[in-house]
Every structure is written in structure tokens, then in C-alpha cells.
Ligand binder design. Structure first.
Ligand SMILES: O=C(CO)COP(=O)(O)O
Length: 204
């Protein structure tokens, strides 16, 4: 936390699998953080958030942290990040933060859209919702970089992709591929996912 909380542009933080017993966020910590997920922190006994820390927090999820610890008063009114409906807001802000700096070659860039609530949860976004975000990312590239880069850049989706949902997602015009986690460990299923993206959809 002492290092992470000083990152000036960090907006989404998913902390998973660690044996921390106490997490402390100091008063100036996480100035732009909007979503915090504490996941499988089995040893966590104390979460201390000083007054003024995480001033932009809009979504919080605490899952599979088996010790009962007291959630600080200010965080109790923060909505579950699963219920947030501002996917494109996030995507746009993240694009701005990460891409306003020079990219040496757009040929080497792949943009991945991964809703934080879909990562490793078994909850996948709907193809329609993913398509909307991918279109918005492509439009952003068109306006802020160039139409050529927008048409050539692969925009891939990640978050609970599996052998059963990949075909419907892959049908969407602006979903150019997948970022696969858990299902990549199951060979035949991974092959199904790879084969579901049958053609390169972006311009050559
Ligand atoms: O984080 C991921 C890939 O980087 C996605 O993981 P899952 O496919 O297990 O949700």
C-alpha cells in the first residue's frame, strides 16, 4: 500500500490473494482511485482508511476475505462496484490517462477492455455491452489518434470468457479477440475460445 497509494493516476485496484493482516491508506493516499476490490485476502484483520484517503472512490467490493474486519465508516456507504453502470466512463478515463503519453508504435498496441467485476468471477458482460464499450474505445482512437489506427488496433475483451460464452462475444463486430484467464488452463476449452475468433476483423 505505501507504494500503490502514491500512484497519482491509479483508478482501479483489485488486490487478490495475499497474506496481509492490515491495510492502511494514509490521508493523501489513492487520489484518483474509483474502484477498490479486496479479494481473497484471507488473513486481513484490519482495514484502516484515514480521513481524506480515496476521495474519488465510487465502488467497493470485499469478497472472500474470511476474517471479519470492520469496514471504516466512510466506506460503508460506497456502492458495490458490481452495481456501477459507467463502464464507458471508466474506459474513456483510462484511455486518456494511459494514452495521452506518446506511443512509439501503434502497431504494437492491443487495447483490452476488462470490467473489473467480471475478472475471475464467472460473471461475463453481455455481448451488447462489450460491443458498446469497444465501439466507444475505437471512436476515441479515431478522434484522438487517427482513423487508420482506430481501424487497425485490436480491441479485445477479458473477464470470465469461457468455451460457452466466447462464440456470442466473438460475433460482435468490434470484439477482435479475448484476454483469457482461468479458461486458458483448460486446454480443449481454450482451443474453443481461440477458434471462436475466426477472422481478423480489423483492417490489415
Ligand atoms: O484477468 C483476466 C485475464 O487477464 C481474466 O481472467 P478470467 O478469464 O479468469 O476472468
Amino acid at each position: 500500500m505505501p507504494t500503490l497509494e502514491k500512484l497519482p493516476n491509479l483508478m482501479i485496484l483489485h488486490l487478490k490473494y495475499h497474506n496481509w493482516t492490515k491495510l492502511t491508506c494514509t490521508a493523501e493516499g489513492f487520489p484518483l482511485l474509483e474502484v477498490l476490490v479486496l479479494d481473497m485476502l484471507y488473513c486481513l484483520k484490519e482495514l484502516e482508511v484515514e480521513e481524506g484517503a480515496m476521495p474519488m472512490l465510487k465502488g467497493l467490493q470485499i469478497k472472500e476475505c474470511c476474517n471479519q474486519f470492520t469496514v471504516p465508516e466512510r466506506l460503508r456507504s460506497i456502492p458495490d462496484s458490481n452495481n456501477l453502470n459507467w463502464e464507458w466512463d471508466w474506459a474513456e478515463q483510462q484511455m486518456s490517462v494511459s494514452i495521452t503519453h506518446a506511443v512509439p508504435s501503434w502497431d504494437d498496441v492491443v487495447v483490452a477492455y476488462e470490467p473489473v467485476w467480471a475478472i475471475g468471477t464467472g460473471k461475463v458482460t453481455t455481448p451488447q455491452q462489450a460491443q458498446e464499450v469497444h465501439v466507444a474505445v475505437r471512436d476515441w482512437l479515431k478522434k484522438n489518434v487517427s482513423p487508420e489506427v482506430a481501424s487497425k488496433t485490436h480491441i479485445i475483451y477479458g473477464g470470465s470468457v469461457n468455451g460457452s460464452n466466447c462464440a456470442e462475444l466473438a460475433k460482435k463486430e468490434d470484439i477482435d479477440g479475448f484476454l483469457v484467464g482461468g479458461a486458458s488452463l483448460r486446454g480443449p476449452e481454450f482451443a474453443t475460445i481461440v477458434n471462436s475468433v475466426t477472422s481478423k476483423k480489423v483492417a490489415a
